[in-house]
Design a protein around this ligand. Structure first.
Ligand code: TXA
Ligand code: MG
Length: 325
């Protein structure tokens, strides 16, 4: 891990400086509505290579390209299939990543050699202003080291990446708190490759039936769907408060709406006392970062109702647990 600290600039006033860093091949972490991204000029293979280095990310895990405006898509990739265009029209800017053919101007390192490219327009004004000011598409994975918890605050980025990133734009906590939904809508029926902040139900309402196949492929088409991912350093398992063994360790509990009625918990985080799944998603990674910093021997995480964005929350918890079991 890097020892030094990056320059942290307020998102409101640091756009021009951060855009200049992007244009000259540097790395800028910036807030989106989902999680913080680690951005580089997507037209510059060397800049993109620095992302993989900073994250210790395997080269087989492709990046998402971010645009300032949906109107910029045809200029970059040409015509897109009607179903993709319909989703762009309905959900951009927003937490939906779409799969398109990789245009020749995007170097293969960005897509890990795939003939396809993931692309989205974030629904966060400072992110769009940054990309527009840079004047280039911006490749950006989540701004965490590979396999670890995603960052929903600038502090998480600084703690995780240190000065491996040149500039961090601080826009406060992110609104959705969980990554974008990834959809391949090039075929007959759209396929959800990663559950995310845009609920499957919203997709179905807009375009009809979809297939949900996160991680069904042996070859990791979307490694955010690798069985083990999004993991704290503390061993995590999914379970109910009552099922916890009565051993002597310092254990923490991640609750959906109520703290556990009994049990010796050294730390407890409640995602949403109102039982609101959107609010729970917004707090998920922040709560896990806090539990991870509490010197615990184990984190027990309670599953949430498996509807709407709750499906993406449960997906992240399962993958975090898969690292340990
Ligand atoms: O919300 C988000 O999507 C955040 C913010 C920063 O935009 N980004 C993000 O990036 O979550 P990352 O790198 O952590 O996850 C990107 C996912 C990976 O699972 C990757 O495998 C998948 O997108 N992906 C990228 N290109 C792909 C492609 N051509 N086909 C299928 N999956 C792709
Ligand atoms: Mg990620």
């Amino acid at each position: 891990m890097s020892s030094g600290s990056p320059r942290v600039l307020p998102a409101a006033s640091g756009i021009a400086e951060a855009a200049a860093v992007l244009r000259t091949g540097g790395l800028v972490a910036f807030p989106t509505e989902t999680v913080y991204g680690l951005g580089a000029n997507a037209l510059d293979a060397r800049a993109a290579a620095r992302i993989f280095e900073a994250k210790a990310r395997p080269s087989f895990d492709p990046l998402i390209t971010h645009l300032a405006d949906a109107a910029d898509l045809p200029g970059l990739v040409g015509a897109v299939p009607p179903a993709v265009a319909a989703l762009v029209e309905r959900f951009w800017p927003g937490p939906l990543t779409l799969i398109v053919d990789r245009p020749a101007v995007i170097p293969p390192i960005v897509t890990s050699g795939l003939a396809t490219m993931a692309v989205r327009v974030p629904d966060e004004p400072s992110a769009r202003a940054l990309i527009a000011a840079a004047g280039v598409p911006v490749a950006a994975p989540s701004a965490n080291r590979f396999g670890q918890l995603s960052p929903t605050r600038a502090e998480h980025v600084v703690a995780g990446l240190g000065d491996a990133v040149d500039v961090v734009l601080d826009g406060g906590p992110t609104r959705c708190g969980i990554e974008s939904t990834i959809v391949d809508a090039r075929g007959v029926r759209p396929v959800v490759l990663r559950l995310g902040a845009l609920p499957v139900e919203a997709l179905v309402e807009a375009v009809g039936p979809v297939d949900v196949r996160p991680g069904s492929s042996g070859q990791p088409v979307a490694p955010g769907t690798l069985a083990a991912h999004y993991a704290p350093r503390t061993p995590l398992r999914v379970g109910a408060a009552e099922s916890a063994p009565a051993d002597g360790g310092r254990r923490g509990f991640l609750a959906f709406r109520e703290p556990p009625a009994a049990g010796a918990w050294a730390a407890v985080e409640v995602l949403s006392a109102e039982g609101d799944l959107t609010a729970a998603a917004a707090r998920l990674f922040d709560a896990l970062h806090r539990l991870d910093a509490a010197g615990l021997t184990e984190i027990v995480a309670e599953p949430v109702p498996d509807v709407g964005v709750g499906r993406a929350i449960n997906d992240r918890l399962r993958r975090a647990a898969a690292t340990w079991h």
